[in-house]
Design a protein around this ligand. Sequence first.
Ligand code: GLN
Length: 556
Amino acid sequence: MPTEPDTGYDPTLGRKFVFVTGGVMSGLGKGITAASTGRLLANAGFDVTAVKVDPYLNVDAGTMNPYEHGEVYVLKDGGEVDLDLGNYERFLGIDMTSDHNVTTGKTYQSVIEAERAGDYLGKTVQIIPHVTDDIKRRIREAAEGTDVCIVEIGGTVGDIESMPFLEALRQFASEEDPEDILFTHVTLVPYSKNGEQKTKPTQHSVKELRSIGLQPDILVGRCADKLDAATKTKIARFCDVPTEAVFSNPDVPDIYHVPLMVEEEGLDEYVMDRLEIADEALPAADRSQRWRELVTRDRTKSVDVALVGKYALEDAYMSIHEALKHAGIECRSEVNVLWVDSDEMRDHHTERLQEADGVVVPGGFGSRGTEGKIEAIRYARENDIPFLGLCLGFQMAVIEHARNVLGWTDAHSAEIDADTPYPVIDLLPEQHELDDMGGTMRLGAHETTIEPGTLAASVYDADHCVERHRHRYEVNPQYIDELAADGLTFSGTAGRRMEILERDGHPFFFGTQFHPEFRSRPDRASPPFVGFIEAVLEQAEQPATAADDASTGIQL
Ligand code: GLN
């Protein structure tokens, strides 16, 4: 008898979906609520994945400005996706693929390609059923092989762009058994002037949801505090859900506390009961201790790290903030990030850096802020301040070395100065012929070989590492031999590509062409970040030294 192919999917359990929508306004932390629901189910022993739906027309987030949309998160397979996928990877401890970010651009592109190929056999191609079918297919495929799939719809209910997706969810729900689908709606519960929790925005947004045929099963109210019992009763009555289906999502000091917060109100139990999977869950006592221990771990020390970037927006560097936090968890230290605008740093204005115990220079594109970044790197190098340079930060460290150590005054990256006499950073050869900007960089996970006996080897405790990339430029192979002098070593390479640099005689000077921040997880901090925070702590513990004197003696 032929046997069924093993998909890893347990048919006795049945695949379950939790759809998460948002109301009232965007930026409520819907993604964190969704990821927290997933974390609780994972804590209960289920295999959980997630899909983020972004109703914009961009095919992917790769071409989007971080100032408008926050950072572009990079997946193992090279997918350039919405930063919410970063939260899912960090909360759920999983690696996702590009298929887990469904956009209007992707769906329309494949429907239109199929139309051009003649696949619709003369039919009129329409949003319903063709686009909605494509959306449903994508969600089902992404959920394949898991127990529960959390599907978050970006934007706010009522947006024109999200209509086809909400219609697809409505159809999806009617095609599945009722116990396999749950709708969670996240809304805002503001305070009135006299301190009353107001439910009207929630009522309106549920009304909007119902007008398109969707009735929420669970309501989560984002509020400064927990929802009062009276608020919950009122929401329940007006929105037609049981009172025990209304949950609070109050402000917390750290997003990793949200799963614990909603667990306290019984969200996990309610979800599992409704999905009829409570019998398969681990006993309550065995569920969240690991997560709780991790995120509430005592941090007895505290350090200040300067992040020298060009976007004064935390979301633009979200994964770096998180990776610093993870390293802090591992080193039992609070890590305060001191935002420093790289433009401030020009003309030797490095005063702000004197408040910092370490300097991080993140990735970026284009020329704005680069001179300031180079200046910050010079400051860290000369004053023995631990330094971590990521992607563009790595490239700027090469330029700083070329200019200030080797004396090649006009050295630069060809990205910024096409006419530099020393293009120490240049386009990857295969990039010369490209016209398309979308998805054409060197992207995703690639292996780096690490030179034994180097700082890199001790940071990774290995002779290789696999990290995620997103760049068009690299160290110009023509200059490698000359650059690797006067203290600078390229300790990680991938063929002709220079991937890691470090400096002798400095407490911690480390740069990576890749982005280690994308693989960092709360329970598996990224090695370069841990190495950096360890060095920062070590330096901070040392009594005042010559380095401090040097920093005050710097010319301003
Ligand atoms: N702009 C640089 C490049 O394309 C660095 C990219 C980055 O920092 N992600 O190579």
